[in-house]
Design a protein around this ligand. Structure first.
Ligand SMILES: Cc1cc2nc3c(=O)[nH]c(=O)nc-3n(C[C@H](O)[C@H](O)[C@H](O)COP(=O)(O)OP(=O)(O)OC[C@H]3O[C@@H](n4cnc5c(N)ncnc54)[C@H](O)[C@@H]3O)c2cc1C
Length: 431
């Protein structure tokens, strides 16, 4: 059986589900396909190990497609403050109070109610699936992957693993970092594997829900705390949190093999003293981290969005926020193409999408690389340089706050002076 749509989206992760919903709401007929079963949310269950810091810009976008309230009705934890500091050991370090060496961003100083929300990925995904299912122009197919893709000058045909065929003017690959759509379209990538991996640990701690997320940079990698919701009546006075420990793969393999008591002891000696007292380790998982960028964002009748187009070091939690920006840009461009009466796969429009998104995604990737190399380094001049940088950030609250507003998605653009500086970063416009 063959079904015809304007657009087929492969992958209903956070980015694909948002795109399908937004395109359906814009009047396109859309099929969205995911090989996984529907995400589940159980309000009594402990938090999912996969969580993301969603920026104010992502919140605005998710509100515009009617998904944000559904997220709030499940679970989301706002944070008002964000702090970063250098944890490299040096003589007399213990004599310097953290508040003098940390750079802290506060929502009130930025004229915002909060800086962002920490949300479990399946919560965001489920809110988006509910919104997609409520949209009559969107057909959500789950439990089936794609087996092949045929492209012609007239249309694209996606064949599912149960033999069903879906035809459309355009196929969007939103099927994640190991995108099959990207491979089937013959789009290559550039890839750099970092020397570190990330271990995420779900924990309960004693105390009320914290309003701060923080990250201490050690030479072996950052160690971060993200606050989650209250642990409720079952564990009075306790709250959930998520820890992220970046380190060499061997060290993380050693930590992962420890029992809960041993891991708890390691966390207590390795994490900064501002970590609230932990009461329980619920789950742990490690993730490889790589910077990967598709050489092209489109080919023929295929276009990429989210992690299929780019993956970024998660140390500043920007991956899905960039994916949502892709989604908004692609929706805008496709609406323009339709208004002009053009083929949705017309290269003029897909090129416009790539022109909008590639430099912005690359700028963020390079910024993360600068952080990674600067902080994973014990060479004294580099240590001095990064502390001069953090010192400057503390001393220049105006510039710092403008950059923070941009990074949090509160402002759409960097201030003009800083845009000029980043435009000079070598390789910004390379693939
Ligand atoms: C440790 C860690 C922490 C992170 N923290 C943050 C953070 O704080 N903030 C942030 O913004 N980002 C964060 N990220 C990044 C974020 O998780 C990703 O950017 C985001 O999940 C990408 O979403 P996506 O929808 O593009 O892809 P995915 O989430 O990978 O979704 C792809 C979907 O496609 C489906 N699929 C795959 N192949 C097929 C196929 N062949 N056929 C049909 N369906 C298919 C999958 O089932 C899946 O549902 C973090 C990442 C890591 C590893």
């Amino acid at each position: 059986m063959t079904q015809a749509f304007d657009i087929v989206v492969v992958g209903a992760g956070m980015v694909g589900a948002a795109l399908a919903t937004g395109l359906g709401q814009s009047g396109f007929s859309v099929a969205v396909v995911d090989r996984a079963p529907p995400p589940v949310f159980d309000p009594q269950a402990s938090p999912d190990i996969r969580v993301s810091a969603l920026s104010a810009g992502s919140e605005r976008y998710l509100r515009s497609i009617d998904a944000w309230n559904k997220i709030l009705n499940m679970r989301a934890t706002p944070y008002q403050r964000l702090a970063v500091w250098d944890e490299t050991r040096y003589p007399l370090q213990n004599l310097v109070p953290r508040k003098l060496i940390a750079v802290e961003f506060d929502a009130t100083e930025l004229g915002a109610h909060h800086l962002g929300h920490i949300v479990e990925n399946p919560v965001t995904q489920q809110a988006l699936w509910q919104t997609a299912e409520a949209e009559p122009r969107v057909t959500l197919i789950h439990g089936h992957g794609i087996s092949s893709l045929a492209l012609s000058s007239e249309s694209a045909t996606v064949t599912l693993d149960d033999g069903r065929e879906l035809t459309a003017a355009l196929v969007i690959g939103a099927d994640g970092a190991r995108s099959r759509v990207r491979d089937l379209a013959g789009i290559g990538t550039t890839r750099n594997q970092y020397g570190q991996q990330a271990m995420v640990i779900s924990v309960r701690y004693q105390g009320p829900v914290e309003d701060i997320t923080w990250q201490g940079f050690h030479p072996s990698g950052p160690r971060a705390f993200l606050p989650l919701h209250s642990a409720g009546l079952d564990f009075p006075g306790e709250s959930w949190g998520s820890l992220v420990w970046y380190d060499a793969p061997d060290e993380l393999a050693r930590l992962k093999a420890l029992d809960d008591d041993e891991l708890m002891a390691e966390i207590q000696s390795a994490f900064p003293s501002c970590l609230p007292p932990l009461t329980h380790i619920d789950a742990r998982a490690s993730f490889p981290i790589a910077r990967q960028h598709a050489r092209h964002y489109f080919a023929g009748r295929v276009v990429l969005a989210g992690d299929s187009a780019h993956t970024i070091n998660p140390l500043a939690g920007q991956g899905v926020n960039l994916g949502f920006q892709d989604a908004q840009a692609l929706q805008g461009v496709l609406r323009e193409a339709r208004r002009a009466g053009d083929d949705l796969a017309d290269r003029k429009w897909l090129d416009q999408y790539e022109q909008q998104r590639r430099p912005a995604n690359r700028r963020m990737m390079l910024t993360m690389d600068v952080f990674y190399h600067l902080f994973s380094n014990q060479v004294p001049p580099v240590h001095l340089l990064r502390n001069l940088g953090l010192g400057a950030a503390r001393a220049l609250p105006f510039a710092r706050n403008r950059v923070a507003r941009y990074a949090m998605g509160i402002d759409e653009e960097l201030p003009p002076v800083l845009k000029q500086v980043t435009a000079r970063i070598p390789g910004l416009n390379q693939r």
